[in-house]
Design a protein around this ligand. Structure first.
Ligand code: HEM
Length: 139
């Protein structure tokens, strides 16, 4: 149980390192004025997305195994239901980032850097909510 939780947290940290940095690259990409910089950012975005995707899967896998260890308790835990709602939002965010990586790769981005600056804040909110929910278990 504790081993699972430890690996769950390690996977979360690796996933979040990327999910915080990738939209930051979108900010720089939307601001880039020359093709050489854009091409360089395309490689960074593609590699970063490929690096973090397995950690998203591992986070979910270890989380699911944690639930399986004590199914009756977790299925009735309100805080976990809300946490899973935030996790669903994070998965959608992650997949949308993959869509954006492809758009940038094809030079089809039409949004300004300000949009990506705000977009960058969403996982911060999810992180605060999830950590507070799992640690405080308020309901
Ligand atoms: C489908 C995805 C996920 C599932 C099924 C899941 C499930 C779980 C479960 C069952 C626990 C044990 C809670 C306990 O009894 O203390 C746990 C712990 C934890 N989870 Fe997740 N989780 C998922 C995703 C995430 C994400 C995305 C984050 C962070 C943003 C996260 C952060 C944590 C932390 C920090 C703990 C340790 C809490 C503690 O021991 O105090 N989890 N998770």
């Amino acid at each position: 149980m504790l081993w699972l939780k430890a690996f769950h947290i390690i996977a979360v940290i690796c996933w979040f390192a990327g999910i915080f940095y990738l939209p930051r690259l979108f900010v720089y990409h939307a601001m880039a004025e020359d093709q050489a910089t854009r091409d360089h950012l395309k490689v960074m975005e593609r590699k970063l997305y490929r690096f973090i995707s397995p950690f998203a899967v591992l986070t979910i896998l270890f989380g699911a195994l944690l639930i399986a260890q004590n199914m009756d308790y977790y299925l009735s835990a309100g805080w976990l239901h809300l946490k899973l709602l935030f996790v669903a939002g994070l998965i959608a965010y992650h997949l949308y980032c993959g869509h954006l990586v492809k758009k940038f790769a094809n030079d089809q981005n039409q949004r300004q850097h300000v949009f990506y600056r705000w977009f960058n804040e969403a996982p911060v909110i999810a992180l605060f909510a999830i950590v507070l929910l799992v640690v405080l278990k308020p309901f």
